[in-house]
Write a protein that binds this ligand. Structure first.
Ligand code: FAD
Length: 412
């Protein structure tokens, strides 16, 4: 249990605020991180904690965690399809499990078990394949039948109103949900305590490159000299890579989600159906947290639509007809940075001193700890960490894609 919880129970005064607010930017930093989402803050934290690199600025155009980090549906799992993906996300799950102690902060990590429903023979085949790969790498993952699903979630209509009956599911016991804001705050506070500067309301407007290497950044608060820039801006990646003339295959699609009014706890697990384009879990406040697949058209926007809610509810009621009277309280969208193979783009780039952490699409929250840890190691040691080497941008030139589509589309 985080010690801070115990301390707070005996302390009548409020604790200190989470972050110091540095008044001005320095002229130069050893490392500039663009983006104060979970990934940027985690990278700053591990640079300071693991490598003693503290002359670091995290520049965030809005407020920390205000991008996709604060908009996601908080699912954490490691039952991916490729060996590269499974090893990478498994490391993240391991780091997540120790994070509350590491931060001395309750991040509400709640292991629920994760069911990916199969409604067709071909879906079942992919799940068997995933289960075999997962087991090979020591991940708890198995194909289960209708009775097992009914036992874990008796409220689910396995016949789906006769539309697309459930045949079985991939069950992943370590599947979890965790409070996304707390993850960002924990990493931010830990970085701040170790001397990293977090500058909110500071937008990077340009990156200076001379002779093929980074020399500094331009911001709406002035210029900074630095030899190392890490771009961790998810849905804004094309804008930042344009600043250095780098081309990536990333395209941006809105991804929407919503929550219902709170209800008494009834859903213990996470239920995902790719065929019905819906996934749902119940938060500790009792709300059903739900989402679907990407919006179909490329768009750099966080507007949300009635189309999305209507479509989602249509499918949700196939699974849970008794929810007909439940009210949706809020809906929102984020900008998902999608790659052709549904795997991230990480590490070094052809521009010396410019590092990229992007292509997180619909699945990057669960990668927050491992991405921060491996990117920090990559920058500190000047070479890609082994876990992220397969995800380097150069894979698209080498036709060495890491095909994760079968495990990352609706499943998050
Ligand atoms: C609706 C939805 C549901 C999702 N559900 C899940 C899920 O259940 N599980 C999962 O694993 N993943 C999920 N994801 C994906 C996940 O949220 C993201 O992949 C992840 O949060 C990316 O984190 P990040 O730190 O890289 O980016 P962000 O949190 O987006 O942070 C990037 C930051 O960069 C800042 N920025 C951009 N441009 C500039 C600039 N020029 N200067 C300064 N700052 C800049 C932005 O303001 C932003 O705060 C979901 C995403 C959405 C939208």
């Amino acid at each position: 249990m985080p010690l801070r919880l115990v301390k707070n129970a005996f302390d009548s005064r409020p604790g200190p605020r989470f972050f110091t607010q540095p008044e001005r930017l320095k002229d130069s930093y050893d490392v500039v991180i663009i983006g104060g989402g979970g990934h940027g803050l985690a990278c700053a934290y591990y640079l300071a904690k693991e490598h003693g690199i503290t002359n670091v600025a995290v520049l965030e155009q809005g407020y920390i965690g205000g991008g996709n980090t604060g908009r996601n549906t908080t699912i954490v799992r490691s039952n991916y399809l490729t060996p590269e993906g499974v090893k990478f996300y498994d490391k993240s799950v391991q780091l997540f499990q120790d994070l509350a102690n590491d931060f001395d902060l309750n991040i509400f990590y709640s292991q629920r078990g994760h069911f990916t429903l199969a409604h067709t023979d071909s879906a079942l085949r992919t799940m068997r394949w995933r289960a075999e790969v997962n087991k090979h790498y020591g991940i708890e993952s198995e194909v289960v039948d209708r009775e097992d699903i009914a036992g874990a979630c008796p409220e689910l209509d396995l016949d789906c109103g006769g539309h697309l009956p459930v045949l079985g599911a991939l069950y992943h016991a370590p599947g979890a949900v965790v409070r996304h804001d707390a993850v960002a705050w924990g990493y931010g506070r830990g970085a701040d305590q170790r001397g990293v500067e977090i500058h909110q309301k500071t937008r990077v407007t340009g990156i200076n490159v001379s002779g093929g290497r980074v020399t500094g950044v331009e911001t709406d608060r002035g210029s900074i000299k630095t030899g190392t820039v890490i771009s961790m801006v998810a849905g804004s990646t094309p804008r930042v890579t344009n600043m250095v003339g780098l081309t990536t295959p990333i395209v941006i699609h809105p991804l929407q989600a919503c929550v219902t009014e709170p209800m008494k706890p009834w859903l213990d697990t996470i239920i995902v159906s790719a065929s019905l384009h819906v996934y749902v879990s119940q938060s500790s406040r009792g709300e059903l947290v739900m989402g679907a697949s990407l919006d179909p058209a490329e768009l750099h926007s966080t507007r949300s639509t009635l189309d999305f809610t209507e479509g989602l509810m249509d499918y949700l009621l196939d699974l849970f007809p008794f929810l007909g009277q439940a009210r949706v309280m809020r809906q929102w969208a984020g900008m998902a940075d999608m790659t052709p193979d549904f795997a991230p783009i990480m590490g070094t780039t052809p521009i010396e001193g410019f590092y990229l952490d992007a292509g997180w699409g619909t699945w990057g929250f669960k990668a927050t700890p491992v991405s921060g840890m491996t990117m920090a190691s990559t920058v500190a040691n000047g070479r890609n960490h082994d876990l992220i080497e397969p995800f380097n941008l150069s894979r698209f030139e080498r036709f060495a894609l890491v095909g994760e589509r079968g495990a990352a589309s609706v499943g998050h």
